[in-house]
Design a protein around this ligand. Sequence first.
Ligand code: HSE
Length: 385
Amino acid sequence: MKVAVLGYGTVGVGVYEMLQAAEGLEAGPVLVRPGKVNEPFKVDSIEAITGDATVDAVAEVMGGVEPAFTYALAAIQAGKHFVTSNKALVAAKGVELNRAARENGVAFLFSAACGGGVPILHNLARAVETDEILSVGGILNGTTNYMLDQMQSIGLDYGEALRQAQQLGYAEADPTADVTGLDALRKIMLACAVAWGELPQEGLLNEGIDSFTAEDVRDLAARGFVCRLVASGKRAEDGRLAAYVEPVLVSAGDAESAVLRNYNMARYEGRCSGPIAMIGQGAGRYPTASAVLRDLSGIAAGESAMFPAGCVNGAADNSAEVHEYYVRLPKAAVHSLPVAAVLSDDGETLRFRTGEVSVKTMHETAASLRADHHAVFFAACRRSA
Ligand code: HSE
């Protein structure tokens, strides 16, 4: 199977190298930006790929919704199988691409778009055929896990931790999506669609780590906690779909505390299987490229879809999800959160644990305090902070 590659950045180089070494797969042309064609295998127009009858499949690793979506549709309509690592693309346009691929009789797979090298979507797509999925989630962003780990274990400051994550090829070209939780949110959107045939587009909530400070690290360490950025997706009995990302406090006994550096811990719970978790590198050239290659060899073996037929766009509702929260905010900030215990008060900054609060209320309260220029950090508690 001859595979064309769209994009020649961190992941694209890895995919091209792996294709050259893979049995049963052949490296085809690589699409680069105009003016960047400096080697014979590179082309700068999508038509050079869609019009090439020897190309069987297209692997898109450019990132971003456009022009990736236009290229994806062109490839699918030209009868090429389509594989992508692009979370933004599948989160925004996955339903249309799933439909187009099925109508054109080609495969549409995107393992690398959630979990990096961790085969969570592949396994989830198989599990839904025989089991009912109750929840999906976990640590799904390698950049922020690396940053949190380095801030907590060796005391790096936020800026230096982010710089290193960028240098190591973990972060997006613009790391805003990583640090605000949007990248992890897109991944949980994909997992929800694989699990329940509904790709939520509205009602989603993401809180990242961009307000996490060295002082928060110290305060949490003194209480025996570390922070992880966790994505959650859940289908309630009444059909409501919860989908959100937020920092969570974990302690030494929690599996997440052992997830270090750029690793992810992706999990799902099936009614019959019970909880299943997979740990591996969630970002980086070769882990991500390995997931792209796994999809390609899966196509050669007859795999064709991750979203179910009839997958639709839908909405999330996070009002029934409830946690206690650890909150840090300026003492002067006026809020209506229930305070269960004041943890510290230095006259300027207040740290407290809330009583039970819905995810929706917590995220909306933080957004409204920030609109009033208050610096807020919050994290869900598994047990009392
Ligand atoms: N920026 C992403 C991450 C890359 O850090 O997880 C892998 O999706």
